[in-house]
Design a protein around this ligand. Sequence first.
Ligand code: AMP
Length: 303
Amino acid sequence: MITLSKIADVRAACDAARARGDRVGFVPTMGFFHEGHRSLMRAARADNDFVVVSLFVNPTQFGPHEDLTAYPRDPDGDRAVTEVEAVDVLFTPTVEEMYPQGARTTVHVAGLTERLCGASRPGHFDGVTTVVAKLFSIIGPSQAYFGRKDAQQLAVIRRMTTDLGLPVGVVGCPLVREADGLALSSRNLYLDADARQAATILSGALYMASEAVVRGQRDARALRQLVVDTVANVPAVQLDYVEVVDAATLEPVEQLTADTLVALAALVGKARLIDNVTIMFLGGVPTPDLGVLTASSGTTEDH
Ligand code: AMP
């Protein structure tokens, strides 16, 4: 495993890999690795000859009052994780390396970025798509791996890749949860013990919504209300939004007839957390994709 921080060096390493006939797999991240990140690295390792992980806390995707400076970082721990996961290159550019002249060019995916997290985080997805497009251009992967934890991000990146005809396969990987259901996130570090306990209502409410659909509920408004009412039982959790939308277009639905995303965001203590479940209709039968549970204890030392 080598760590590279210059664009020219990582481009050269990827050029050399492709010249050998290697398939290049890529996992973009903001670091502070946990099992969710590791699952993407393992998927990339399984499918490709040469695996690149980027670690870049991208300032352009943070709003002016968001947690850019507080965002958790652990460069040494992260390097150790990439060694264990047999990553070939860890790309750790500086902000100056990525944006030497500031940023005048933006990739904007219209529509999909305006709802859900886009409504409360204006400009966030432009930051994401622009940096991911730039990383794709530097690394030239055949496949790139993203978690379904960030379901809107995945839908937006798929759409960008299709619209721009980028020669990259976008692979969505299962949402990884703690044993009690909490979605793993670097931001869980912000939760004190009480907030950590309160946060489990988010996945709990999504499980209840999934069960309701399996039992026959198809009305999106009723489903949304079920989540709102369930979360309201825990005053420490303040919902930002709950939406029931088409899984690909992110357009609101009234009745569940095809693959549907139930997505939410909430403030819990100092953390803004997101979670979701996708309900797939396989042969007309609703099948919730709740993700996978990890065996790890979820302490902050565990990332
Ligand atoms: P981040 O470092 O938070 O920007 O995340 C980097 C990648 O890891 C994104 O594709 C995320 O969707 C993915 N990821 C983060 N948390 C999880 C999780 N709990 N399960 C699966 N993937 C995740």
